[in-house]
Write a protein that binds this ligand. Structure first.
Ligand SMILES: [Mg+2]
Length: 398
């Protein structure tokens, strides 16, 4: 079997990559909804893969892996890797999880991710209301995550939140950093306590905190929250779109508090997790399969983390419906250090209508049942999906 073409189209808010072969077998790979600009990067990799056997996934990846980088520049490579596994599974008549070593669990735990409620004010009661809604969602989540501090509107709405500039374009552009004021630190802690009171002991609370915090604040926050058994503090130092890791700085924070410290969503490739893992610089790593280099890459990082006593909670909020399929396949195979993956938002909801194969309901009691169809286990209903293609993408499924 040989690769004959690689295409990319927008479907709703998510770009999708299609790898075409001479055997009539196709593979699809997800891209985050935050990356509508990905097409030229996919096109850049296309020529290197024409003629490669897509079922020798690693051999094909060796042609393109060096052409990615930290988020967002690892996305095209990652989507292609996932599409290659989809093809390999379909060609073998097996779900991708079988090719990655087989499943070790029949259902995978997820946390709320895309199930969030917009906030306009950031007082403790607003945070309590937000997690109350997450708790009431029909998904039955056992873990929910909330953005606070630098990772929330708190930074913009609280005058004097931190000692430093607030720059435009926080999530996809500028990085705001600086020491927090005493007032903002106290306020942040009150908000977390309000959320914990709302959630009780049955639902774990994870907090997305940055990036942008300074070491003394990160340690202070971790220590102050020790009585509340927080699941993890995410991306306090680096994260989101920061193109470096800073493992030594993370290590200083992690050694100073028993509250678990988490990072990794923007990191590309196993090599860039090496310091975090070998130096025990964090307690939990959270690569995103759509940015880290794909499914096998994430699996390898999970295994290596487990060897070092480090947990795994993959990122995925923007990976879309196809991303859910990819996350289920790999998460089913991860060692016991697996906690839960971040359930991607489905935008728009008709994505569930153009992909056949998902369980219904998708999430039950906070888990997704692992399904057994070949490849990623979901198939485009091409008649329905084609109707959503723009004029420029009309030939995507041809
Ligand atoms: Mg995050």
């Amino acid at each position: 079997m040989k690769i004959t073409d690689i295409r990319c189209a927008m479907l709703g808010e998510n770009p999708v990559v299609r790898v075409v072969t001479d055997a009539g077998v196709n593979g699809y790979g997800p891209v985050e909804f935050t990356k509508p600009y990905i097409k030229p990067l996919v096109a850049l990799l296309r020529d290197a893969l024409i003629g490669a056997d897509p079922t020798d996934v690693e051999r094909a990846m060796l042609r393109i892996r060096q052409r990615g980088a930290f988020k967002p520049y690892g996305a095209a490579v990652s989507a292609i890797e996932i599409a290659l596994w989809d093809i390999a599974g379909r060609a073998a008549g097996l779900p991708v999880y079988k090719l990655l070593g087989g499943k070790v669990r029949d259902r995978v735990r997820v946390y709320n991710g895309g199930v969030r409620y917009p906030m306009t004010s950031f007082a403790p009661e607003d945070f309590a209301a937000s997690v109350r809604a997450m708790k009431a969602a029909p998904h039955g989540f056992t873990i929910v995550k909330q953005g606070i501090g630098f990772h929330s509107g708190m930074k913009r709405t609280m005058p004097g939140f931190h000692i430093g500039e607030t720059r435009p374009g926080h999530f996809h552009g500028a990085l705001d950093r600086g020491l927090m004021t005493e007032r903002s630190m106290k306020h942040l802690i009150e908000c977390v306590i309000a959320m914990k009171q709302e959630l009780g002991d049955d639902i774990g609370l994870a907090l997305d905190c940055g990036p942008g915090m300074m070491v003394p604040d990160a340690i202070r926050l971790g220590r102050a929250l020790e009585p509340y058994n927080i699941m993890w503090l995410e991306d306090m130092i680096t994260g989101d779109y920061v193109p470096y890791v800073n493992a030594d700085v993370y290590r200083e924070v992690t050694r100073a508090t028993s509250t678990p410290v988490h990072t990794g969503e923007q990191i590309y490739l196993r090599q860039n997790f090496k310091d975090l893992i070998e130096r025990h610089a964090v307690n939990i790593v959270g690569p995103d399969p759509c940015d880290v280099g794909g499914l096998a890459e994430l699996k390898w990082i999970a295994e290596y983390a487990d060897l070092h006593g480090i947990l795994m909670a993959p990122h995925g909020i923007a990976d879309g419906a196809l991303g859910i399929a990819a996350l289920v396949q790999v998460s089913a195979t991860l060692p016991d250090n697996y906690i839960a993956f971040e359930l991607p938002a489905i935008r728009p909801g008709w994505w569930l209508d153009i992909l056949d194969g998902f369980p219904d309901p998708l999430v039950k009691d906070g888990f997704i049942e692992v399904w057994d169809r070949p490849g990623l286990g979901v198939d485009f209903n091409i008649g329905k999906a084609s109707a959503y293609l723009s004029e420029a993408d009309k030939g995507f499924f041809d």
